[in-house]
Design a protein around this ligand. Structure first.
Ligand SMILES: Nc1ncnc2c1ncn2[C@@H]1O[C@H](COP(=O)(O)OP(=O)(O)OP(=O)(O)O)[C@@H](O)[C@H]1O
Length: 293
């Protein structure tokens, strides 16, 4: 099947900076695709090229198999990292103003329900909380009923509760069949929302795939932790085990075999923990530096 949108070997140079350094990926209809990476990785620049806002230095972008054209422009919605809202307007007036810019528009009442704006329609846009503002910006991005919506770090700066609420909205948008491409530096957000992620660092994709598969592929072993007091006296540590900070850490490719072995040597398993690595651990493993500085 032809992907909805595809990037082939995109490069974007700024004076002295290779902001995007050869990025390729394809997004299928209905997917939520995440570009995950730290500040400055090149996520926004990549998004802006896919949005048609800036031209690549080299490389190709295809929308439904065609170079970017008017169909693309009319089929997308964008939630920018920062959008200036018109002053002295209410939420409802803002929505109407943006809707008037398009030939095609979403059903207003449905959009208001979808983005939970019913209670704040008459509120001045300068008086909105961070979460309310993001909900309005999402509604504005959806005002032309786009097939594909771009969300650039949509939850940066929100408190954890507002972030979770916003995730619920993005899930609703997807259930309606809208394709979503988002950027984030929150691995939890990528794991929760995206069925595919590309991990971006220094302008390149360093790993891509389904979040759980990516983690499994790079961390075949499970990590087991025990307090060091749980280890039987006089028993040497197993090969590959690490001891430090009052804990013993073991790596097990076969979890049940490892548990059987620990039982056999008489370790106390009552406080044993099995840790599952996540995308943050993966990023650290691949780059040697943390996702968030
Ligand atoms: N207009 C510009 N002129 C010069 N350099 C730029 C410009 N825009 C971005 N850059 C540089 O390109 C690199 C990638 O920036 P970009 O904004 O795409 O990263 P990002 O991953 O989206 O990070 P952030 O989350 O901070 O937006 C950075 O080094 C940035 O300083």
């Amino acid at each position: 099947m032809t992907p909805l949108i595809e990037a082939r070997d995109l490069v974007r140079l700024y004076p002295g900076v290779r902001a995007v350094d050869g990025i390729s990926f394809a997004v299928e209809m209905g997917q939520c695709y995440g570009l995950l990476g730290p500040n400055g990785a090149g996520k926004t620049t990549t998004l802006e090229m896919l949005e048609g806002i800036q031209a690549p230095t080299s490389g190709t972008i295809l929308f439904k198999g065609q170079p970017l054209n008017r169909t693309h422009a009319e089929s997308i919605g964008i939630q920018f990292q920062a959008t200036a809202l018109q002053e002295f307007q209410t939420v409802g007036e803002s929505l109407e103003m943006f809707a008037s810019l398009y030939r095609q528009s979403a059903d207003r009442d449905e959009l208001i329900r979808l983005c939970n704006l019913g209670d704040i329609l008459d509120r001045d846009t300068r008086k909105l909380s961070g979460g309310q503002r993001q909900r309005l910006l999402l509604a504005i991005a959806l005002v032309n009923d786009p097939e594909l919506v771009f969300l650039d770090e949509p939850t940066t700066g929100l408190d954890p509760q507002a972030r979770r609420n916003f995730w619920g909205l993005i899930e609703r948008v997807r259930r309606r069949g809208t394709t979503v491409i988002l950027t984030t530096h929150y691995m939890e957000e990528a794991e929760r929302l995206c069925d595919h992620v590309a991990i971006v660092d220094r302008g390149r994709i360093i790993a891509a795939g389904r979040p759980a598969e990516l983690v499994r592929q790079h961390f075949p072993a499970r990590v087991i932790r025990l307090p060091d007091t749980a280890w039987p006296d006089q028993t040497p540590l197993l090969e590959g085990a690490l001891a430090g900070n009052g804990e013993i850490e073991l790596y097990a490719e076969d979890l049940s075999a490892m548990l059987a072995e620990l039982e056999r040597i008489g370790a106390d398993l009552s406080e044993l923990r099995v840790a599952t690595p996540n995308l943050e651990d993966l990023f650290l493993k691949l780059t040697g530096h943390a996702l968030r500085a």
